[in-house]
Design a binder for this molecule. Sequence first.
Ligand code: T5A
Length: 209
Amino acid sequence: MSQHSGKLISIEGGEGAGKTTVFNAIRQFLSDAGLTVIGTREPGGTEVGERIRQVLLSPDHRIVPEAELLLMFASRAQLVRELIRPALAEGHYVLTDRFTDASFAYQGGGRGLPLAQIEALERDFVGIRPDLTLLLDLGVEQGMARAHARGQALDRIEQERTDFFQRVRDTYRQRAGQEPERIVIIDASQPQDDVVRQVLAALGRWMAA
Ligand code: T5A
């Protein structure tokens, strides 16, 4: 994976894990420290990527797992070249709501696509991994209850079954076990303020290291 002077931080987790609050808190924390932070999300983050996101999440489409994987990577390839690489080259912080770990968890763990295919796409079309990943870990039932409590219609992926989300969670946790230096597990079942406190403490430790 290539070198750069900026830092890429990703937030990951299952459905309803609370990424939105954590995203805003990290962004504020880094800005308060005088750093330039560019926030983005996946799938999406660019004009093309946001169009791809609409296709991916619309409940109106039936998308086969292979097409889903390639669309996630199409959005990511656009984001990396258009926004992430230039920002990192300028020495900025990039904060993203999801990145390639989500493809390993959802398309690999959830859909059962071969790991080697996802690794090849990552190597050939992404070429960077986050410097730090905060994994908001939450039981599947609790996450879905929160997603339902939002009162909005569920998107195409949120309509999946419990066993799909259990495999997603298991894959995220496995990856954290394999890369403990990069992926920090945060207990997202706690009250929101405690989750944010734990995230900012982990971020502060990482920045001081
Ligand atoms: N995807 C994505 C793939 O399959 N492969 C990929 O490669 C990529 C990049 C879109 C979907 O695409 C999939 C994963 C997703 O299914 P998304 O936009 O990140 O990804 O959408 P979601 O994960 O669906 O986002 P959610 O909005 O469901 O999750 P969040 O952001 O984690 O949840 P948030 O912050 O909105 O919180 C949900 C609710 O819970 C409450 C909040 O107030 C909110 O109402 N809440 C809490 N309640 C109690 N205690 C806490 N600690 C709480 N934290 C939040």
